[in-house]
Design a protein around this ligand. Structure first.
Ligand code: NDP
Length: 336
């Protein structure tokens, strides 16, 4: 029988890739988001799946709407991807972040407990739980030291997942995901900001790129592969928590250099540093140890750093060229 899935935050980067993956696997996909119009859900258009999923408008702050969504979708699997997902913005909107990123998940758990207690649940947890890294590889057993409101909200959700798992016997997995990027990454995140700026600069639309902490070293993977890992977690016999990462770190500077190189440009000609872009407690260096996911899920990342940067820059260049030639399509660029 066709499996049914409910994905929260379906309009985001991961929601779009997960939908694509599960449609390919023959699932009936239900997805909820705050706003489900064509422009907001541009990523689903980009993957040509907007008309293939059942969209439900619902706010993670609304318990009744979440219960209705669970009843309507009657899911075998639930993936909670909705969040205020930017650590930087969470300092500006700490209450909203706690409300959606933390409490939103508990509302969803309660809805599932009432209407679909057998559903298997994935919670999008984060490497931000560990706080600033020390350069060593972080596995599931390392202590949590969140250093921003987003991470604190995610830690609450992460721990509640474990409490519901142990107390109610629900099948809930935390995927402790390190950064994962793609051409569908939000424009407010540094990798996409760089790939978009490189495309604009290369086409003469802009002359400079302002960056904050270019020495921050980050473990960057390719988003579709992380959604594959999320799905694999829910196919196991027992629920557990898994770090999903590449085990390699690269600095923002390296990302920038490589991005300009892909466009045939020299990065140092175009960069200006901007102290205003530093966030109050910037993560300095952190990499993940995905040994458990490799051993138990047979998962490992395939797309390496250089290729990831190439994929992102090439896609932004393609989009800008289409846009400048007069083509109009759903996209996250403000310019008309
Ligand atoms: P996105 O920000 O792209 O997607 C989050 C989605 O949640 C968006 O569609 C957003 O809608 C939606 N959303 C926000 N507020 C609400 C609300 N009140 N009700 C319903 N939906 C809402 O994030 P990603 O796809 O990159 O990440 C998916 C999940 O994985 C997130 O929970 C994120 O925190 C987590 N994660 C991501 C990592 C990464 O590197 N990408 C790393 C570790 C964890 P809108 O855009 O309209 O606000």
């Amino acid at each position: 029988m066709m499996k049914r899935v409910l994905i929260t935050g379906i309009g985001g980067q991961d929601g779009a890739y997960l939908s694509q993956l599960l449609l390919e696997k023959g699932y009936e996909v239900f997805g909820l988001d705050m706003d489900i119009n064509a422009q907001t859900c541009w990523r689903l258009h980009y993957l040509d799946i907007y008309d293939k999923v059942n969209l439900i408008r619902a706010d993670m702050a609304d318990s009744k709407a979440l219960l209705d969504a669970v009843k309507k979708s009657s899911p075998d699997e639930i993936y909670n991807l909705a969040a205020h997902s930017s650590p930087g913005s969470s300092f500006r909107l700490p209450v909203e972040c706690g409300e959606i990123t933390g409490l939103g998940f508990i509302r969803l758990l309660e809805a599932a407990r009432e209407a679909s207690p057998q559903a298997k649940i994935f919670q999008a947890s984060t490497r931000d739980l560990f706080g600033a890294g020390d350069g060593s590889a972080y596995n599931e057993d390392r202590p949590y030291k969140p250093s921003n409101p987003y991470a604190a909200a995610k830690l609450y959700a992460h721990w509640m997942a474990r409490i519901y798992r142990n107390s109610y016997g629900m099948f809930i997995c935390n995927g402790i995901m390190f950064n994962h990027e793609s051409p569908l990454r939000g424009i407010e995140f540094v990798t996409r900001k760089i790939s978009d700026a490189v495309a604009r600069i290369s086409l003469g639309k802009e002359s400079r790129l302002a960056l904050g902490n270019v020495d921050a070293k980050i473990d960057w993977g390719y988003a579709p592969e992380y959604m594959q890992a999320a799905w694999q977690m829910l196919q196991q016999d027992a629920p557990d928590d898994y770090v999903i990462a590449t085990g390699q770190v690269h600095s923002v500077k390296e990302f920038t250099r490589r991005a300009f190189q892909v466009a045939g440009l020299t990065w140092s000609d175009y960069i200006k540093s901007d102290a205003g872009l530093l966030r109050p407690s910037d993560v300095v260096i952190q990499k993940g140890d995905f040994a458990k996911a490799r051993a138990r899920l047979s998962w490992k990342p395939q797309v390496k750093f250089n290729r990831l940067v190439e994929i992102m820059v090439e896609e932004d260049l393609r989009r800008w060229k289409r846009h400048l030639s007069g083509e109009r399509f759903p996209w996250d660029v403000n310019e008309t």
